[in-house]
Design a protein around this ligand. Sequence first.
Ligand code: DQA
Length: 141
Amino acid sequence: MKILIVNGPNLNLLGVREPGIYGSNSFETYLPELRKKYQDITIEYYQSNIEGELINKMQEVGFSYDGIVLNAGAYTHTSIALQDCIRSLKCPVVEVHISNVHSREEFRHKSMISSACLGVICGFGLDSYRLAIEGIISNIG
Ligand code: DQA
């Protein structure tokens, strides 16, 4: 089983960026823990601050991998191109947010990508990524 985790803009700064909201762990620290927990699954990781690069990467794996866990960062709230991309792929995509976007500013309440995703997980800190992997596993059955 192969899963790709995709982090969008500014998520390369996890641990440094607004730690009161996103925590003080970097993704590079968290990822080995996740891989250790799911040793039977190949978990690939990709981060970019550039919308088109996120799309290129998802198109590259979206017809052969079993699922994508996507934290699109602020593109979540703006990107029709990401929605179109998700709809084009064969594999399921789970939308993830570290923070509870619904308890924050109103512009974060709207997602352009949720309707194209298998499901949405938000508000559980970095554990949101694990919960998304669980969602992909149980969807495959
Ligand atoms: C985020 C929430 C988004 O609104 C924000 O723009 C981010 C991170 C989260 O993980 O909580 O960059 O996706």
